[in-house]
Structures are given as structure tokens and as C-alpha cells.
Design a protein around this ligand. Structure first.
Ligand SMILES: Cc1cc2nc3c(=O)[nH]c(=O)nc-3n(C[C@H](O)[C@H](O)[C@H](O)COP(=O)(O)OP(=O)(O)OC[C@H]3O[C@@H](n4cnc5c(N)ncnc54)[C@H](O)[C@@H]3O)c2cc1C
Length: 381
């Protein structure tokens, strides 16, 4: 196993606990979940009961009161076992619940956030639309006021946990405003709301991603999370910036797994009378991969330290960590795939799954290109 050094006693112990949980509860489910393309939903409650959902939220809202680094260690270890399952748990740990935490009233926190952190209420987060991905401002979903109610119309796509969710934290434009956005909770069973379909994907097949339709869904004011007059788009999206380090940690977990399975294979597979790892062409792949993984580890946890130390979110560093770790995952898995030769091309090999899953990181929470734009604009370009 690749060793990256200590993060301190508490986080090292947490890593061991997370590793044991992932070995026991994720590894045993991943093959079936991947082939059925179905998230093992009992893991929400199991993870919740172990304090693995919302470890980074304050204790007074039902969280674990830990720092972001603790949540990253959990995400990294879960992704080492399965990016799909880690993604399903991760979207519960951060995005939907982040909106409840950021904007929720005490009543809304009691009603939805506490059960969500216990894994008893699955909350997805819906921003992306068929015609508005990176360019979020193009979103057409809207909420209009009718008397005391809000009426929500629109379509959201690529929504992780959408097919399973008890509730959706949906971001919409407020009708009759020039540029105000609102976050509402829509519940499964609300008339006019449905998950129209579960989308087939190239990877992360043990997570479920859906397309959601909102056709005049009427909700009361108790469902609005954001302030009455709405928020700026920047304020709404700000919640997502912290999530980039969690994605970086997840990418790191996949890169470590790819390295470990590649190393094991390189030691036992023989060609021309010796283990293939003894050929310089193969051993150099491990030299490069281990260096990139170490650098990704350092940038990712350094950014966690900034997030824990500073009151303002380090936008530049979060983007750099996400960019570097996701590109590292893609590079490492590509190099390790080569180590396996034909065996890596077969569906029976773990590296084949990792190869497909790695692309996830270059898209979610802002694509690679969007991270390039954020970073270069912070550099003054
Ligand atoms: C598995 C998976 C799970 C997801 N889960 C969720 C979820 O739970 N909730 C949710 O709301 N969304 C979710 N998403 C959506 C994800 O956030 C979007 O896919 C992502 O933001 C990119 O948007 P897009 O797919 O519309 O691509 P587009 O925005 O159409 O981009 C297409 C290409 O153009 C590039 N591009 C776009 N604008 C620029 C620019 N200004 N400069 C340079 N290049 C640019 C992009 O980088 C990309 O290469 C998920 C996506 C996937 C794949």
C-alpha cells in the first residue's frame, strides 16, 4: 500500500476506523451494486449511525463537530473502495445537507437536516439543467409566488441520489426578479414532482443519477430555505466551493487504489523471466504515480488546513486542489491500466472500474476547464 504519512493521531485513527468500515460494508457490496447499477440504500443509515454523514457540521445541528479534514479522510477511504458508493454517501454528507445547514431555520434543521445526517432522510441537491451546467446563470427552473405559496417549474438533470431521494434541495430562479435565486425543499410525493428517469452512466455505476421534472409543484413558505427575497447566485453557489476539497480527497482515494492494485500486479505478473515491475518502463510509472499522489495528498490536506484556519473560503486553493487531484486520478489510473496489459481491459479487473470512475472527478463540482478559469482569474488574468 502506498504510504503518505501521518495527518496527526486523531485523523490517523479515524482513517483506520473508516478503512475498517469500507472493508466490511462497502467492499462486500460494491460488485453487486455496480452490476445492478443500484446504490445500496441501507448504507445511508449505516453510515449515519457511525457518524460518517455530516461529521463536519456542528454538533448542535446533529453533525459530528469535526473539521473538514475528517470528512475528507472518510471520503478518501470510501472512494478507495468504491467511487460510486462514496459519491452516493458524499452527496448526502455535503451538498443537499450543506444547503439545509447554510440556509435552514431551526425548524427546517430539525425536520430535515438531523434526519439526513442520521441517514434517515435522503436529500439530493439539484442545480444542473439540460441547458445549464457550467453556465448556471442560464438556469430556467423557477419559482413564482401565488398567494402564500410558491409554484416551482423546471427540469434538473444528472442529479446524484435523485432516484432515491426523499427530498430535493432545488436551486431555482425567482420569477419576477432580475437575478435572485432561491433554494426550496421538494419532497417525494409532492404533486407535480417526479424523477422521470435514472440515467445510464459510463462509471460510478453503484451511484444513481436521475433527471427530475417539476411541473407546477406547489409548496408553502416552510419549504423555502433561502431568505424570503432570495439570494444572489454567488451566495447560492458559495456552498459548493468547500465541496471541491471533498472531491479532491475522493480522487486521491481512487488514485491510491489504482496504485496499490497496479503494484500488486507488477510484483506477481512475470514476463521474459522476471516480474514486470523490474522493467524500467514499468517501474517508472510507479515512480511518477507515487510522486503525483503524494503531491495531491499535500495540496488537498493543505487546503483543508486553510479551510479550518481562515474564516473566508480559499476559493483559489480549493480549485487548485480539485484540479490537481482529479487530473492525478486520471493520470495514475491511465498509467496503472497499462501495467495490466490485456487483463486491465477485462471487466473482471478492478482497474477497469477505476479507469471509468476516474472521469467523474474531472466533471463534478466544476469541470477541469471551469477550475482553470477560476484559478487564472484569481491570478489576475
Ligand atoms: C456523475 C455525475 C453526477 C452529478 N451530480 C450532480 C448533482 O448531484 N447535482 C447537480 O446539480 N449536478 C450534478 N452533476 C452535474 C455536473 O455538475 C455538471 O455535469 C457539470 O457542472 C458540467 O456541466 P455540463 O455537464 O452541463 O457541461 P457543460 O457546461 O455543457 O460543459 C461542456 C464542456 O464545455 C466546457 N465549458 C463550459 N463552459 C466553459 C467555459 N466558460 N470555459 C471553458 N470551457 C467551458 C466544460 O468544461 C466542458 O468541457 C453531476 C454530473 C455527473 C457526471
Amino acid at each position: 500500500m502506498i504510504s503518505l504519512g501521518s495527518l496527526g493521531t486523531d485523523l490517523d485513527e479515524l482513517r483506520q476506523v473508516a478503512r475498517a468500515f469500507a472493508d466490511r460494508e462497502i467492499e462486500s457490496r460494491v460488485d453487486e451494486a455496480e452490476s445492478a447499477e443500484h446504490f445500496p440504500t441501507e448504507l445511508f443509515r449505516l453510515a449515519g449511525a457511525n457518524g460518517f454523514i455530516g461529521s463536519h457540521y456542528p454538533v448542535d445541528v446533529g453533525g459530528g463537530g469535526g473539521g473538514i479534514a475528517a470528512a475528507m479522510v472518510l471520503r478518501e477511504e470510501f472512494s478507495y473502495s468504491s467511487v460510486g458508493i462514496s459519491s452516493g454517501l458524499g452527496h448526502q454528507d455535503h451538498v443537499g445537507t450543506a444547503y439545509l445547514h447554510r440556509f435552514g431555520s431551526p425548524e427546517q434543521i430539525d425536520r430535515w437536516l438531523r434526519p439526513a445526517l442520521a441517514g434517515e432522510f435522503v436529500i439530493a441537491m439539484a442545480v444542473t439543467e439540460p441547458d445549464a451546467g457550467s453556465d448556471v446563470r442560464r438556469m430556467r427552473s423557477k419559482a413564482r409566488r401565488e398567494g402564500n405559496e410558491w409554484v416551482i417549474t423546471g427540469r434538473k438533470t444528472f442529479i446524484t441520489n435523485g432516484p432515491l431521494a426523499d427530498g430535493i434541495a432545488i436551486v431555482v430562479r425567482l420569477a419576477d426578479t432580475t437575478d435572485r435565486f432561491g433554494v426550496f425543499v421538494v419532497l417525494r410525493g409532492d404533486p407535480g414532482y417526479q424523477c422521470e428517469r435514472t440515467l445510464g452512466k459510463m462509471g460510478c455505476n453503484s451511484s444513481e443519477v436521475g433527471e427530475l421534472v417539476f411541473d407546477d409543484v406547489r409548496v408553502g413558505p416552510d419549504r423555502m430555505l433561502s431568505p424570503e427575497g432570495g439570494s444572489s447566485l454567488e451566495d447560492v453557489l458559495d456552498v459548493l466551493v468547500r465541496g471541491r476539497v471533498l472531491v479532491a480527497a475522493s480522487a486521491l482515494g481512487l488514485a491510491r487504489r489504482a496504485f496499490d492494485v497496479g503494484m500488486e500486479y507488477a510484483k506477481q505478473r512475470e514476463a521474459f523471466g522476471r516480474p514486470i515491475g523490474r522493467f524500467q518502463e514499468i517501474s517508472m510509472k510507479f515512480a511518477d504515480a507515487s510522486t503525483a499522489i503524494r503531491a495531491a495528498h499535500l495540496i488537498t490536506y493543505d487546503t483543508a488546513a486553510l479551510l479550518e484556519r481562515d474564516s473566508t473560503v480559499p476559493v483559489l486553493e480549493c480549485s487548485q486542489a480539485k484540479l490537481f487531484a482529479s487530473e492525478t486520478a486520471v493520470m495514475v489510473v491511465d498509467q496503472m491500466m497499462r501495467v495490466f496489459g490485456g487483463a486491465g481491459f477485462m471487466q473482471s479487473s478492478v482497474i477497469e472500474r477505476l479507469y471509468r470512475d476516474a472521469r467523474f472527478f474531472t466533471i463534478v463540482e466544476g469541470t477541469v476547464e471551469i477550475q482553470h478559469r477560476i484559478i487564472s482569474s484569481h491570478l489576475g488574468l
